[in-house]
Design a protein around this ligand. Structure first.
Ligand SMILES: NC(=O)c1ccc[n+]([C@@H]2O[C@H](COP(=O)([O-])OP(=O)(O)OC[C@H]3O[C@@H](n4cnc5c(N)ncnc54)[C@H](O)[C@@H]3O)[C@@H](O)[C@H]2O)c1
Length: 86
C-alpha cells in the first residue's frame, strides 16, 4: 500500500482528494494547521472511507520534517496561501 502525505487535507479540496485516495487504497497522512478547517472533518473522513487516516497538526513548514519521517511518500500539496485565507 502506498503512503501519501496530503497537506491541507481537512479543507474543501483536500478532504475530497482524501476520499478519492482512500478509495484507491492509499494510506493517508493528512497535514493541516486547522487555520481554515476543523477536526470534525477528520472524523467524518474516517466514517466515510472506513479507513485509518493519520493526522498531523502543523503547518507546511512541518512538511519538511514529515517527509524525513515518512520516506517513500508521494507528495500532494493542497493549501491556501496565507493572504488568501478567509
Ligand atoms: N462549494 C463549496 O461548498 C465550497 C466550500 C469551501 C470552499 N470552496 C472553494 O474551494 C476553494 C478553496 O478550497 P481549498 O481546499 O483550497 O481551501 P480550504 O481553505 O478549504 O482548505 C485549505 C486547508 O489547508 C489548511 N492550511 C492552510 N494553510 C496551511 C498551511 N500553511 N499548512 C498546513 N495547512 C494549511 C487549512 O486549514 C484548510 O484545511 C475556493 O475556491 C473556495 O471558494 C467551495
Amino acid at each position: 500500500m502506498k503512503k501519501i502525505l496530503l497537506t491541507g487535507g481537512l479543507g474543501y479540496i483536500g478532504s475530497h482528494v482524501a476520499v478519492e485516495l482512500a478509495a484507491k487504497d492509499f494510506e493517508i497522512v493528512i497535514l493541516d494547521d486547522l487555520s481554515n478547517s476543523e477536526l470534525f472533518v477528520l472524523d467524518r473522513l474516517k466514517e466515510l472511507t472506513g479507513k485509518h487516516i493519520t493526522f498531523e497538526h502543523g503547518t507546511s513548514v512541518t512538511m519538511i520534517l514529515l517527509v524525513a519521517f515518512y520516506p517513500n511518500m508521494i507528495l500532494k500539496v493542497s493549501f491556501t496561501l496565507p493572504q488568501r485565507r478567509r
